[in-house]
Design a protein around this ligand. Structure first.
Ligand code: ATP
Length: 255
């Protein structure tokens, strides 16, 4: 059964059409990688999934609910740039992620103690328990990104949205983060959408790889038409289409 249902979604900013006619059905627990040329609207699509923006046309339903008008706790997001708070300890970064969206402001007293215990559980789970009292600047890039993922997971989202989450990491750390994400996913059964410029990463982690591209192009009015999903690959067989994707989409090789 369809968990995320995207029906005829369009998005434009003023006269600029960014996304058009996107239709998509995703089942719960699927990992969907999104690739496409720079500027074709991948991050815009993630913002629509997050309900940070409302589409100009069409609708996005999660688990059959009404289209969301603002981001909620069922959707967690991680960007390429670490979104951690530098002036807080690693543990308090997790506590803050729990307290801010709850609308309660900062926790005090017994609530704070309980939140810190929960934060320590999260940190143990993501392998950062031993650095709970340190500040983010003392951590490696991979550890900071794990902390950012830990923050997103604090609200126990049913959908995790990742916008080039490993783009800034060195190759070794990237591979470690892939394993981390694979383990986490097996544990939580989350539905994941990940934008990446790294095709092999998209095929390695994804059950599906969506290609965003502009099917229509008017050289006299380059802003007239938006991008849509032009390919929807099944990547569960080890990503065989990956062998040919660059023949079909040479523009993807530029990244
Ligand atoms: N709020 C906004 N107002 C106006 N234009 C916007 C807005 N957000 C994005 N855009 C434009 O929409 C287009 C698509 O941007 P988007 O960031 O979604 O692309 P992308 O595929 O994620 O790009 P990249 O791969 O380079 O990160 C860009 O040309 C961008 O300038």
């Amino acid at each position: 059964m369809s968990f995320v249902e995207v029906t005829d979604v369009w998005q434009s900013y003023g006269q600029r059409s960014i996304i058009e006619r996107v239709n998509l059905d995703v089942t719960e627990g699927e990992f969907v990688s999104i690739v496409g040329a720079s500027g074709c609207g991948k991050s815009t699509f993630l913002r629509l999934l997050l309900a940070d923006e409302t589409p100009s046309r069409g609708e996005i339903r999660i688990d059959g609910g009404d289209p969301a008008r603002e981001p909620g706790r069922e959707r967690g997001v991680v960007f390429q740039k670490y979104s951690v708070f530098p002036h807080m300890t690693v543990r308090d970064n997790i506590v803050a992620a729990e307290s801010f969206p709850s609308g309660l402001g900062r926790f005090f007293g017994s609530k704070l103690r309980a939140a810190r215990e929960r934060a320590d559980e999260t940190l143990d789970r993501i392998g950062l328990g031993h650095v709970a009292k340190q500040y983010p600047a003392t951590l490696s890039g991979g550890m900071q990104q794990r902390l950012a993922i830990g923050q997103a997971l604090t609200a126990r989202p049913r959908i995790l949205l990742l916008d080039e989450p490993f783009g800034a990491l060195d190759p070794g750390t990237r591979i470690a983060m892939h394993d981390f994400l694979t383990d986490l996913r097996a544990e939580t059964k989350m539905t994941v959408f990940m934008v990446t410029h790294d095709l092999s990463e998209g095929f390695k982690l994804g059950d599906r790889v969506l290609v965003f591209d502009k099917p229509r192009w008017d050289p006299h009015a380059p802003e007239a038409f938006g991008a849509t999903v032009t390919y929807d690959f099944d990547a569960r067989d080890g990503g065989m289409p990956f062998q040919h994707i660059l023949d079909w989409y040479p523009s993807l090789a530029a990244h």
